[in-house]
Design a binder for this molecule. Structure first.
Ligand code: HEC
Length: 139
């Protein structure tokens, strides 16, 4: 699951995604590639999850599957970025990945209700993880 090639691929994907977000400080020069920080990764996650809501309402299963798979890849590829590796973080990250995987599977099976439910699970994990980091523990 975490072999280096898929990790490298994932990072490249995240870089490509974040690079297209209008950063004008000429990253083309000789400087080594800058790894995206957590905030940049999250902006990509936000875009993907917004695209998911749109795709769900349009019943665009292909787009749902793509966005969900992209979220899984981003989440797995950026695990090492996490400066705050609490148990709760790991747990929420797993819940997030699992629901995004389920979302992709349901989309593949053209199961709109299942996909919607998985989307909700995923959204809950976004909120739960953030809430944890603001010190408002939920249980
Ligand atoms: C496993 C934990 C976890 C999950 C799941 C998670 N996030 Fe985050 N998120 C964080 C942390 C930690 C930060 C703070 C990062 C920072 O500011 O460096 C953050 C920050 C953010 C930010 C603010 C970024 C900024 O520009 O400052 C957004 C937006 C965001 N997350 C969206 C999402 C969305 C949407 C999802 C679900 C699709 C999600 N996150 C899932 C941990 C998580």
């Amino acid at each position: 699951m975490f072999h280096p090639r898929s990790l490298a691929f994932g990072i490249a994907a995240v870089l490509a995604l974040t690079a297209s977000h209008g950063r004008s400080e000429s990253p083309k020069q000789k400087e080594p590639p800058v790894l995206p920080n957590e905030a940049q990764v999250m902006q990509v996650k936000l875009k993907r999850s917004q695209a998911l809501l749109e795709a769900l309402t349009k019943e665009d299963f292909k787009q749902i599957e793509e966005s969900a798979n992209s979220l899984v890849r981003i989440s797995k590829a950026t695990e090492f970025l996490r400066a705050y590796k609490t148990e709760e973080y790991e747990f929420q990250a797993r819940v997030f990945q699992r629901s995004a995987e389920t979302l992709a599977e349901k989309a593949k099976a053209k199961n709109l209700d299942g996909a919607t439910l998985a989307y909700l699970d995923m959204t809950v994990s976004c909120v739960a993880c953030h809430s944890h980091f603001r010190g408002r523990k939920r249980d």
